[in-house]
Write a protein that binds this ligand. Sequence first.
Ligand code: PEP
Ligand code: MG
Length: 328
Amino acid sequence: LHDQFESEHHLAAETLDGEHVKLLVNAGLELSSDLASANFMDGVGLYRTEAWFMQKNAFPTQAEQEAWYRQVLSAYYPSPVVMRTLDIGGDKMLSYFDVKEENPFLGWRGVRVSLDHPELFLDQLKAMLKANAGLGNLKILFPMVTDVSEVSQAKRLLERAYYELEDEWSDEFYTIEMPEVGVMLEVPSSVFLIPEWAEKVDFCSVGSNDLTQYLLAVDRTNARVAELFNPYHPAVLRVLNTIAAQCQQFELPFSLCGELAADPEGAILLVAMGYRSLSMNPGSINQVKWALRRLEVRFMEDLLAECLMQPSAILVQRLVRNFIVEHG
Ligand code: PEP
Ligand code: MG
């Protein structure tokens, strides 16, 4: 079956009725294995910068970061690379940055840490902007956003990074450009701020892993409650559906980069909701593409309508599985 998926790797992810769906990769660690997929996808939908920081023994300098980001941007050039600013805290810790908390998932995480340490944040932003000079395929994404003021502050720091660099920049060939900026929708509050995001940012990316965790109040790393962590929970699906509708209404480009997109069953529901950009681990691209290429959107939409009325995740998943058997 794996070979079957591979056989279509060079083709576009297009549904039977001609809807194009962008498939991007989530990346962060192994540049070589990420690279292997570079020829059959539409770019990097989520580059987790913290993965590289986690391998170090101290904070990498601005120059080290610049070199690394440049390698990543060049590797995927001219496809877009959505680089997420440092998302530490929660389940991702750095050995050289002490954060001990009773309740880390509700604590000092993501953009909260960056805003409390503008010197680290500015280093990272400047490294990204410099790495992007002459390339132009960088987009910047802020994680764990819960509030409009966080994004205002983050954007102000990005502007400061940009102006400071402009002053010190002496390269006569390349100029520093202001990239597109986006927010992750992974905390319930952020879902209710889509009209504000449409004013403030260029795009958003749904982090369905954390969004599921926070909507269902289930620690995504706790084995004892692992069975309760289910993105097919009707409440999660309804929220994802609302996000798609609101982003369309307010003309905010949107994408999804959680594990749900890597599952053909999940991808089908997301496409039915209106998602046309899905980012996933590179190993899942071919099977998602395979499934989408065999289905028509109107049938997926009928399926979605039924799924949204189900009272439980089990019933949703049963419906989707039957659908795939019938149509596949
Ligand atoms: C998510 O939360 O869905 C996500 C993509 O980010 P991460 O898994 O890195 O928290
Ligand atoms: Mg997340």
